[in-house]
Structures are given as structure tokens and as C-alpha cells.
Design a protein around this ligand. Structure first.
Ligand code: SAH
Length: 231
């Protein structure tokens, strides 16, 4: 199990305002349609058994459920799990949320998911490769894994830490640590080592003033990656 208790405590604290479009997860709300589009353009969702790993308050889980997927969301923050459960009730969506780690779930339900999404989460764990290995165990053969995280470099430092936390106050101070950011080639290497083929890479961009998100080939800051289990 790869987990940083201090990180989980930060997300516990933010949970109450998770669904506030102006709260600490404001950027996630605005990025969500583009994240969903990346997934749904690459695989069918209706009827699929989907795991949202590190689901937080369920922003992406709910969008996937609305697209017809059968969603299980897991997170180690008990506060986030409670918020996710309450919000799904309010939305009238049938989603299962649990406070369980991916290694435990992999023992309990091996090879049982068609698709896993794990977004904006790997930069908060001590050993991202361990999570990727759990994903390989959780997925059915040829299952799809969709990741998003933040690149490590000058522009991501300037935008994701200085810009977002210090200048615009878009994210609470201390949300991200530069050393935890992951270069795309490192993530691709981790995926291959865990038994995945890398199928796609896309940059994910955000204009916090206009609150607009878009994708293109520039992966210097936020990016999405699609892996397919190959063994
Ligand atoms: N994936 C969601 C939330 C991102 S915030 C979204 O993009 O909308 C990151 C989440 O990962 C937090 O809720 C945090 O509690 C969770 N998390 C961090 N480490 C984790 C781990 N090892 N296992 C499961 N969840 C974890």
C-alpha cells in the first residue's frame, strides 16, 4: 500500500467544500468535461465496470456514472468518501464508495474492472509505481487505465505551484509538492513495468480566469495518459 497520511489529512480538511464550484477543487470541476472526453473518446462507458481510484468527493465518478458506467469509487480520506456518498444520493446516482486502498481491493476483487481512472492522485502518493501495479491486478486482461497528473519542470512549477497556490489562490497552499510531480516518460516507464502498453498522451490545460479547459499536445503542465493492460 502506498499512502502518505499527511496527504490524506489535507484532503479530509478540504472535503466539506469539494462540491463548491468556487472551492478548493474548482479546477477539477472545470477540467472534468475534458477528462471525461479523453476517456469516452477512447473507450465505451455504458455498462462497463469502472473503478475511480482516489475518487475524492466523486466529481469524475458521477460523470462516469451519468455516462452509463457501473462505478466504484475508492479513497483513503474518510471525509471525502462521506461527501461522495452524500452527493451521489442527492444526485440520484447508484455509485459504491469505499474507504479502502487499492492493494486490498486487488486482493478482494482481482481482474474485475473493465476500466480504471486514477486522476490527480499519483502526485500525492509516495510510490506511484505501486499504485500502477495494483491497477494491473484490478483490471481484466486488456482493461484500460486512464491517468492524469502533473509534469515536473519549470512551467509546471510556475503554473501549478506558484501560479495556482501563491498568485491566484486557486488551490490551498501546500496542495502540491514539486518533487512529487511526474514526468510523462517516468509514468510511461512505470506503466510498461506494470504490464501496460501506453496508448495515448495528451496535455490538459486550464484558463482559471475564463474557467475553460482544453486538450492539446503540450504536456508541460497537466497531462492525461491511457494505458492498456497487455499481460
Ligand atoms: N480523483 C479525484 C480527486 C483528486 S484529489 C478527482 O480528480 O476529481 C486526490 C485524492 O486522492 C484525494 O481525495 C486523496 O484522499 C486521494 N488519495 C491520496 N492518496 C491515496 C491513496 N494511496 N489511495 C487512495 N486515495 C488516495
Amino acid at each position: 500500500m502506498s499512502v502518505d497520511a499527511a496527504e490524506i489529512a489535507k484532503f479530509d480538511e478540504q472535503a466539506a467544500r469539494w462540491w463548491d464550484p468556487l472551492g478548493p477543487s474548482r479546477a477539477l470541476h472545470d477540467l472534468n468535461p475534458e477528462r471525461l472526453a479523453f476517456v469516452s473518446e477512447r473507450t465505451a462507458l455504458a455498462g462497463k465496470r469502472v473503478l475511480d481510484l482516489g475518487c475524492g468527493g466523486g466529481i469524475l465518478s458521477e460523470a462516469l456514472a451519468k455516462a452509463g458506467a457501473q462505478v466504484i469509487g475508492i479513497d483513503l480520506s474518510s471525509e471525502q468518501v462521506s461527501v461522495a456518498q452524500l452527493h451521489a444520493l442527492e444526485s440520484g446516482l447508484d455509485i459504491t464508495y469505499r474507504q479502502v486502498d487499492s492493494a486490498t481491493l486487488a486482493v478482494e476483487q482481482p481482474e474485475s474492472f473493465d476500466l480504471i481512472v486514477c486522476m490527480e492522485m499519483l502526485e500525492h502518493v509516495p510510490d506511484p509505481s505501486a499504485i500502477l501495479r495494483d491497477c494491473a491486478r484490478l483490471l481484466k486482461p486488456e482493461g484500460d487505465l486512464f491517468l492524469s497528473t502533473i509534469n515536473r519542470g519549470l512551467r509546471s512549477f510556475a503554473l501549478a505551484i506558484v501560479g495556482a497556490e501563491e498568485v491566484l489562490r486557486l488551490l490551498p497552499r501546500g496542495t502540491h509538492r514539486y518533487a512529487q510531480f511526474i514526468k510523462p516518460h517516468e509514468l510511461a516507464r512505470g506503466l510498461r513495468a506494470a504490464g501496460f502498453d501506453v496508448r495515448a498522451l495528451a496535455g490538459l490545460h486550464y484558463d482559471p480566469i475564463r474557467r475553460r479547459a482544453w486538450r492539446n499536445a503540450d504536456v508541460a503542465v497537466n497531462y492525461l495518459m491511457h494505458g492498456k493492460r497487455s499481460r
